[in-house]
Design a protein around this ligand. Structure first.
Ligand code: NAI
Length: 341
C-alpha cells in the first residue's frame, strides 16, 4: 500500500516510521496538499493529511482521478475536507481522540502563562532583570470560567479548572445530562472571567466570538482558543483588545493560520497585519497550533491512523470513518451501518 503523506514534519516522520514495512510504504512530502501538489498522489491508494491541507472539491476530483481510495486525516477536526464532495468517490477517516489531556493541559498552560506573566518573567530574568514591576497577576481560585463545547477536551479542561477551585459555566449545543452547569450562550458570555473554546468549527460556530459576543462579555475577560481559529473573528478580537474590553487573549489557533503556522517565518515579513498587530500586544499570547504536540498524542495519532487505514482495506469501512450526511461523527452510527457509499 502506498500512502502519500502531506505536510510531513520531523516529529511526524519519527512517529510513523515504526509502522513502515513491506506492505506499508509512506511517501513523506513536506509540502501541503493543494491543487498544485495533488499530482504527487499518483500511484497512491491513500493520502494522509493534517489540519492545514486543502481538501476541497478541485483537489478531491484530482485525488479520485488518481485512484486514491481513502483520505486519512491524522487529526480530529475535518473542517478542511469537503465531505459532501467525497461522497461516492473517496472515503474519509480521522483520529477522533489522541489526547484530550494534551490540548486541555496546553489550554491551562497558556492561561497561567498569560495571567501570571510567565513569558515576561522568563525574558526578564534571562537579562538579569529581577524587577517585579508590571508582573502582577490574579488568582484563578474563585474565578468563573466559561467553557464552550463540553466534548472530550472541554471536559478535561473543566476538571483541571475545578482542581484550581474555579466556578465552571458551560455551553454546548448538545448538552449532556451529567452534572455540568450548562447555561445559555449569552449568560456564559456575561458571567465569565475567562472564556475557553472547545467546540468544532462548523457553519454554526464560525465567528461565534465576534463584536456582538465581545460586547456582552465582562470588561477584562480572558479569551482562550485552542480549538479552531475561525471560531473568533480576528479583527473583532483585535478591536476588543485595543479598546481594553478584553484583558488578555491566548491563541493556539488563528483564523488565517494555514499559510503561516507550523513554518519558520523569522527573518521574513509577515503579510497578515491583524496577526502581526495581535502579536505586538503585551496581553496576547500566541502558540502555533501546538496544543496537541505531546509524545503521547503523536504516538496515538500514528497508531490510530495506521489502524484506520488497515481496517478500511480489510473491511471496506472503519470505526473512524466520517459520514458527511449528519456532520456529527459521534451520532452517525446508523449511516455507517447502512453505508454512506
Ligand atoms: P468533541 O467532538 O469531543 O467535542 C466537541 C463538543 O462541541 C461536543 O460536545 C459538541 O456537542 C460541541 N458542539 C458542537 N457544536 C457546537 C456549537 N454550535 N456550540 C457549542 N458546542 C458545540 O471534540 P474534542 O475532541 O473535544 O475537540 C474539540 C475541538 O478541539 C476540535 O473540534 C478541534 O477543532 C480542536 N482541537 C485542537 C487541537 C490543537 O492542537 N489545538 C487538537 C485537537 C482538537
Amino acid at each position: 500500500m502506498n500512502i502519500a503523506f502531506f505536510d510531513a514534519k520531523p516529529y511526524d516522520v519519527s512517529s510513523f516510521e515504526p509502522y513502515l514495512n513491506d506492505d506499508i510504504k509512506i511517501h513523506f512530502f513536506e509540502t501541503k496538499l493543494d491543487i498544485e501538489t495533488v499530482s504527487l498522489t499518483a500511484g497512491c491508494e491513500v493520502v494522509c493529511v493534517f489540519v492545514n491541507d486543502t481538501v476541497d472539491k478541485a483537489v478531491i476530483d484530482k485525488l479520485y482521478a488518481n485512484g486514491v481510495k481513502l483520505i486519512a486525516l491524522r487529526c480530529a477536526g475535518y473542517n478542511n475536507v469537503d465531505l459532501g464532495h467525497c461522497f461516492g468517490k473517496i472515503h474519509v477517516v480521522h483520529v477522533p481522540a489522541y489526547s484530550p489531556y494534551a490540548v486541555a493541559e496546553h489550554t491551562m498552560a497558556m492561561l497561567l502563562t498569560s495571567i501570571r506573566r510567565i513569558h515576561k518573567a522568563y525574558n526578564r530574568t534571562r537579562e538579569f532583570n529581577f524587577s517585579l514591576n508590571g508582573l502582577t497577576g490574579f488568582d484563578l481560585h474563585g474565578k468563573t470560567v466559561g467553557v464552550i463545547g463540553t466534548g472530550r477536551i472541554g471536559r478535561v479542561f473543566i476538571d483541571i479548572c475545578k482542581g484550581f477551585g474555579m466556578k465552571v459555566l458551560a455551553y454546548d449545543k448538545f448538552p449532556k445530562d451529567d452534572g455540568i452547569n450548562y447555561v445559555e450562550f449569552d449568560e456564559l458570555l456575561a458571567k465569565s472571567d475567562i472564556i475557553s473554546l472547545h467546540c468544532p468549527l462548523t457553519p454554526d460556530t464560525e465567528y461565534m466570538i465576534d463584536e456582538n459576543a465581545i460586547a456582552k462579555m465582562k470588561k477584562g475577560v480572558v479569551i482562550i482558543n485552542t480549538s479552531r481559529g475561525a471560531l473568533i473573528k480576528a479583527e473583532a478580537l483585535l478591536e476588543g483588545i485595543k479598546s481594553r474590553k478584553i484583558g488578555a487573549a491566548c491563541l493556539d489557533v488563528y483564523e488565517e493560520e494555514s499559510d503561516i503556522f507550523f513554518e519558520d517565518y523569522s527573518g521574513h515579513i509577515v503579510d497578515d497585519d491583524t496577526l502581526a498587530r495581535l502579536i505586538t500586544m503585551p496581553n496576547v499570547l500566541v502558540t502555533s497550533h501546538q496544543a496537541f504536540l505531546t509524545n503521547e498524542a503523536l504516538g496515538n495519532i500514528a497508531q490510530t491512523t495506521i489502524q484506520n487505514i488497515e481496517e478500511f482495506f480489510e473491511k471496506g469501512t472503519s470505526a473512524n470513518e466520517l459520514c458527511y450526511r449528519c456532520g456529527r461523527v459521534d451520532t452517525c452510527k446508523n449511516h455507517r451501518i447502512n453505508k454512506c457509499f
